[in-house]
Design a protein around this ligand. Structure first.
Ligand SMILES: C[S@@+](CC[C@H](N)C(=O)[O-])C[C@H]1O[C@@H](n2cnc3c(N)ncnc32)[C@H](O)[C@@H]1O
Length: 433
C-alpha cells in the first residue's frame, strides 16, 4: 500500500464531493487540487462523476443506513472505490486497500472500517440498478427531454454521454499542412485517423497530454473536437473581411476562424467573462494570431460596437452543454431543467441584438453544443418568424458533412458520438441585401 495511491483516491473523493455537495464545476474542482498523480486522479474523478447515478444507487443498496451529510466526502470515496471495482483495471485488492487508507488521509479514520466493509461486500455481491435514474445513469429530466426531442435516438444519446470522449486535433494550416503534421505524428509513433469531412482534423486513437503533442507550443496544432471544427469554415464561407465571434472564450473557434482568414481580414472576439476571455489571448499568442478581444455582454451592443457592420458573425451561444456531457459529466448533476428556459431567453436576446450588427447580405452562424430543441431549432424558428430580413441558408461546405448531421426543421444537429464527435447544433442565417 502506498501513501501516493491513497492520496490520489482521497483527492478524487474531494473533487467528486466538491461537485456534488458544493455545486462546483468539475473543471474548477480539479484546478483546486494540487496532486502529483494528476492523470490518475482525473481518471477517477471523471469516471466516478460519469457513473454517478449508478454508483449512488449501488452505495445506497450496500449501506444499512444513509451516510450523514457531514461525511459526504466518505460517500464520495466509497463511490470512487466502487468505480475502481466495476469500471477500471485496477486490481481489486489495491483498489480496496488504497481507498480504505484514503479515509485516513481525509481525516476520517473511524470510517475506514465502513469503507472496507462496503467495498468488500460490493466485490461479493452482484448489482441490479433500481429506478430509472440508476438504470439510465442520468437524471430523469434529461431522459424525459431526450425521449421527447429524440424519440428514435435517446438511448443512443444516453450511451454516448457515458463514453470517454476521444482527443481531436486541428492542424494549423497557416503554419503547416495536414500531410506534414501527419508525418510528424508518424515519426512520434502517435496513431490517428482522418475524417473525410474535416480538412484540418485528426482524431487520436488514444488521448495524450497536450504537452506531449509535437509542435503544440509552437502553434502547429490545437486540441478541438471534430464537430466544433465545422463551425469556422461554415461561418466564414467564401470569405469575410470583418468577422465577429460573439461568445468566443476560450477561443477555439475564433482561432480556427483566424487560421482560415486572409491576412487583412479582421476578427473581433467578445466574451462576457473576463477570466475566460484571457484564455483567448493565450490561445492567439501560442498560434501567432491577432484579433481584437473585448470583455462585454454581446447582447448589449452599445457597450462594445463601433457601428461598423460585420460580414460574418459566429454566435456560439451559452447553452446547457447537453451535447458534451461525455466531456463534462458534472453537467448531469449541476444543470437543472429550469435552466433551459433561462438559457433560451439569453440565446434569443443575443441573436436579436447581434443581427443588428450584421451587414445586409452577411451571414450569422448560430451554434450550440446542446441536443435540446428548445435551445436549437425552436430558437431559430422563432427568430426567423419574427425577423423579416432573415432566411436560413442551408448550403453546406461539402456532402461529407451532410452525412454526419441530421437535418432539422431548422438547422442541423450532430448527435454526440457520431463519428466520435461531440453533439452540436448549427443554423446558418442570411441577412437580405
Ligand atoms: C460555448 S462557450 C464558447 C466557446 C468558444 N466559442 C470556443 O469555441 O472556444 C460560450 C461562451 O459565451 C460566453 N457568454 C455567455 N453569455 C455571454 C454574453 N451575453 N456575451 C458574451 N459572451 C457570453 C461565456 O462566457 C462562454 O465563454
Amino acid at each position: 500500500m502506498s501513501r501516493k495511491g491513497a492520496s490520489a483516491r482521497a483527492n478524487a473523493a474531494r473533487i467528486v464531493d466538491s461537485v456534488r455537495s458544493r455545486g462546483r464545476s468539475l473543471d474548477a474542482a480539479l484546478e483546486s487540487i494540487d496532486s502529483d498523480d494528476d492523470s490518475f486522479v482525473r481518471m477517477l474523478a471523471y469516471g466516478t462523476l460519469r457513473t454517478h447515478f449508478r454508483l449512488e444507487d449501488r452505495r445506497r443498496q450496500l449501506l444499512d443506513r444513509p451516510m450523514r451529510s457531514r461525511d459526504s466526502v466518505i460517500a464520495a470515496l466509497i463511490d470512487v472505490g466502487l468505480f475502481q471495482l466495476s469500471d477500471t483495471r485496477v486490481p481489486d485488492h489495491a483498489a480496496i486497500a488504497e481507498t480504505v487508507e484514503a479515509a485516513r488521509v481525509l481525516g476520517k479514520p473511524r470510517l475506514a472500517g465502513l469503507v472496507n466493509a462496503v467495498l468488500r461486500r460490493a466485490q461479493r455481491e452482484s448489482f441490479e440498478p433500481e429506478g430509472q435514474e440508476a438504470r439510465f445513469n442520468h437524471p430523469t429530466w434529461i431522459v424525459e427531454r431526450l425521449k421527447s426531442d429524440w424519440p428514435d435516438d435517446w438511448r443512443q444519446i444516453l450511451d454516448a454521454n457515458d463514453e470517454r470522449a476521444p482527443m481531436w486535433l486541428r492542424v494549423n494550416t497557416g503554419k503547416t499542412t495536414l500531410a506534414a503534421y501527419k508525418a510528424v505524428l508518424d515519426e512520434a509513433g502517435i496513431d490517428y485517423r482522418q475524417h473525410t469531412a474535416l480538412p484540418q482534423a485528426l482524431r487520436l486513437e488514444a488521448p495524450i497530454p497536450v504537452t506531449s503533442l509535437p509542435g503544440f507550443a509552437d502553434g502547429l496544432v490545437s486540441v478541438q473536437d471534430g464537430g466544433a471544427q465545422i463551425a469556422a469554415p461554415w461561418c466564414r464561407g467564401d470569405g469575410a473581411a470583418r468577422m465577429l465571434d460573439a461568445c468566443a472564450a476560450p477561443g477555439g473557434k475564433s482561432a480556427h476562424l483566424k487560421e482560415l482568414a486572409d491576412p487583412d481580414d479582421a476578427l473581433t472576439c467578445i466574451d462576457v467573462d473576463a477570466r475566460r476571455a484571457s484564455a483567448i489571448r493565450e490561445t492567439f499568442d501560442r498560434l501567432g494570431l491577432k484579433a481584437t478581444i473585448k470583455v462585454a455582454d454581446a447582447s448589449n451592443k452599445e457597450d462594445w460596437w463601433d457601428g461598423r457592420p460585420f460580414d460574418a458573425i459566429l454566435l456560439d451561444a451559452p447553452c446547457s452543454a447537453s451535447g458534451v456531457i461525455r466531456r463534462h459529466p458534472d453537467i448531469k448533476l449541476l444543470r437543472r431543467e429550469s435552466d433551459i428556459a433561462a438559457l433560451a431567453e439569453v440565446q434569443m436576446k443575443l441573436l436579436n441584438s447581434l443581427w443588428q450588427t450584421l451587414k445586409p447580405g452577411g451571414r450569422l452562424l448560430y451554434v450550440t453544443c446542446s441536443v435540446f430543441k428548445d435551445e436549437n431549432e425552436r430558437i431559430v424558428e422563432a427568430f426567423l418568424d419574427a425577423t423579416p430580413d432573415a432566411t436560413e441558408n442551408d448550403l453546406l461546405q461539402n456532402n461529407n458533412i451532410r452525412d454526419v448531421m441530421r437535418r432539422q426543421a431548422r438547422g442541423y444537429q450532430i448527435l454526440p458520438g457520431t463519428d466520435g464527435m461531440d453533439g452540436f447544433y448549427f443554423a446558418c442565417l442570411k441577412k437580405a441585401t
